[in-house]
Design a protein around this ligand. Structure first.
Ligand SMILES: NC(=O)c1ccc[n+]([C@@H]2O[C@H](COP(=O)([O-])OP(=O)(O)OC[C@H]3O[C@@H](n4cnc5c(N)ncnc54)[C@H](OP(=O)(O)O)[C@@H]3O)[C@@H](O)[C@H]2O)c1
Length: 269
């Protein structure tokens, strides 16, 4: 019998590479996509050797509008379909809305919002036909908190992913697709290359270690949550506490707290 296949975006580093490792360890085949083909090839070889699964590499830039269709066409050509989709690729766009070009903002929305939604839309009919599907949208704790100055669209895009995941999960249940689950995974600070990529490592290195999580428990809790049909998961006790706090503090106080803190880990120039 063919093994199930999980498609993971942003699999060349951090949380995405950890998703690939955990799904492969569970005996799933994996399809790995990101821009850096060399990294994906190395990971694919590691997983095939260690877990005796098939790891397919598809190098694509999700900022290109054609990428989601091309990724799925590449799988179809190999006769494979997607049983689980992890929309994980992402980055932080440093600077302010004033200082960044519309091209940069447009690419950001394409990679972190439009491409994940298009991938969901394209894989869902097959999942419905087969009666099984798992979708994890990697959002962020930032989607809960008040909007901040700097990295302006990050919180709104992640908040959108959380709401979308809740809605899609509810829609699947309402339409009787009982074994298709969609979950927004909302990590807080997680060790990965994220803060190197957006140039904020110097600021984030000054933050207390208890605020950080390794990718391993973040991903494990995401997979467990989607399997039990939980629409949103905030991994870790500290992050859960912060998510609760952001809901109960009065809005003006929440905004003031975010404004005060965000200079510590956001690049504003
Ligand atoms: N780390 C955190 O503290 C944290 C907290 C909350 C949420 N998150 C979210 O977690 C997700 C994963 O981030 P991470 O922490 O694992 O960061 P990371 O280590 O920097 O990995 C980001 C991944 O996204 C891929 N990517 C970036 N731009 C892309 C593009 N245009 N096309 C295709 N792939 C692209 C990168 O691959 P290539 O460069 O090879 O293309 C890389 O594989 C993101 O959605 C992020 O917003 C992270």
């Amino acid at each position: 019998m063919e093994r199930r296949l999980c498609l993971i975006t942003g699999a060349s580093a951090g949380i995405g590479a950890e998703f690939a490792r955990q799904y492969a360890a569970l005996g799933w085949d994996v399809a790995l996509t990101a821009r850096r083909a060399d990294r994906l090839e190395t990971l694919a070889a590691e997983l095939e050797e260690k877990h005796k699964v098939t790891a397919i590499v598809i190098a694509e830039d999700l900022a290109k509008k054609s990428a989601p269709a091309k990724i799925l066409a590449a799988l179809e050509e190999k006769g494979r379909h997607v049983d689980a989709l992890v929309n994980n690729a992402g980055y932080g766009l440093p600077g302010t809305f004033f200082s960044t070009s519309w091209k940069e903002q447009g690419d950001f929305i394409q990679v972190l919002y439009t491409a994940p939604l298009e991938l969901c839309h394209r894989v869902l009919p097959g999942m419905a036909e087969r009666g099984y599907g798992r979708i994890i949208n990697v959002a962020s704790l930032a989607g809960y908190a008040a909007g901040s100055a700097g990295h302006t669209l990050y919180a709104s895009v992640k908040a959108g992913l959380i709401k979308f995941s809740e809605s899609l999960n509810a829609e699947c249940q309402t339409l009787g697709h009982d074994d298709i689950h969609c979950t927004a995974l909302c990590p807080g600070f997680t060790w990965s290359e994220f803060h190197d990529a957006n140039g904020t490592r110097e600021q984030t290195d000054k933050m207390p270690k208890w605020m950080w999580m390794a990718a391993e428990p973040v991903v494990r809790q995401g997979i467990e949550a989607v399997n039990r049909g939980q629409p949103v998961i905030v991994p870790g006790l500290v992050n859960k506490g912060m998510a609760t706090l952001s809901r109960i503090v009065p809005e003006p106080l929440g905004r003031a707290m975010v404004r005060g803190q965000s200079r510590r880990f956001r690049k504003m120039e």
